[in-house]
Design a protein around this ligand. Sequence first.
Ligand code: S3P
Length: 437
Amino acid sequence: MNNFLTVKSAARLRGEITVPGDKSISHRSIIFNAIAEGTAHVTNFLPGEDCLSSIACMRAMGVNIELSESKREVTIAGRGLRGLQEPAEILDAGNSGTTTRLLTGLLAGQSFYSIITGDSSLRSRPMGRVIGPLKQMGAQIWGRKNDTLAPLSIKGDANNSIKAISYNLPVASAQLKSCLLLAALYAEGETVLGGLIASRDHTERMLGAMGAPLETNRERLIMHGPATTLRALNVAVPGDISSAAFWLVAAVAHPDADLLLKNVGVNPTRTGLIDALQEMGADIELSDEREIVGEPVADIRVKSSRLVGTGIGGEIIPRLVDEIPALAVAAMFGQNRTVVRDAAELRVKETDRIATIASEFGKLGANIETQPDGLVISGRQHLHGNSVHSHGDHRLAMSLAIAGLLLPPGEELAIEDYACADVSYPGFWDDLKRVSQ
Ligand code: S3P
């Protein structure tokens, strides 16, 4: 069946990989430049399906966006903070939570009516967390199931009457934080965000560089609204550490591996996986550390390592939340068990990742116990080949593929619905072939 792809155990992992552009930064480079003054050029844009959904939505609101043939270079003609047009169609965010939540905040500040929705996975993801505070700001928003699920409809009013609020984030979600900062650009007065604001900070960095009236410190973010203008910003998108994650894990868990990952974003709000793997004994070395358009970037050398299980929870979770499916693979090859806790957010990602990690790796012989907010993963697992299912979850598909490379010699696994890897890592299967020898 062509919906399956087979991954064979690899004898050696060698080579250099340049992972594609960062998904979070790619989304923001489009959405923020669309409401800036002037024209911006984005290089190393991630042409994954999620980011293309952000482009389609902004085009539907009248923004002229040109993509190069490779789709890795983008030119955005900013329309200014008040230049978007009412979309004639329902906005389709596809599989992308980032598109949906960021745009909901942006749309709350517009003077027109819009509806946003996406695929069945997206329509089951929690939207009440953004609708609640946006309503406190005076936005008129409705959603299914008592205003908790998409499709969402948003009715702006001609006077842009969004009000500033003080709000403590109850979840460490960068999508929620960014949604509220975008609405706050249009709100009269100081919007003060406190609580769980320690999540990826690409929005703060990029809006700050564009001249937004945003004050940041460890405890609070303050937007002095309304913003009068944002300056267009050329962005060179760093490689996505969430995509590098698969190679970091494959190399540390493989007995004969040496990989060089080039041009990877190493923003400290994103490097929890490196810290966790190093704590487990991983041989990971950063070199040529530099800063590109306000984001730290480095090359990363990673080699076979002797891993020991660890406990992962608390403040590190938002710094590696997307990498837990990959980290689970490393844990299976460590000595002793690894316990992941405080990660209930995994239940509301593209799939319920606590459930899907346990069920799919279980098919390979892994012993993984689920908890309401995490996983207990036994180490030193004797895995075997089998048929597994991605459930349409890109990060699960790629984590399963990595486990395939690590199977005992001669074993292989077949991944059903493997093509969803394109959501965040177009070219993943080519890179996998190239480095496994
Ligand atoms: C993202 C934030 C995270 C992350 C997602 C991308 C972003 O989601 O899981 O892949 O770009 O802001 P949450 O904000 O829901 O934690």
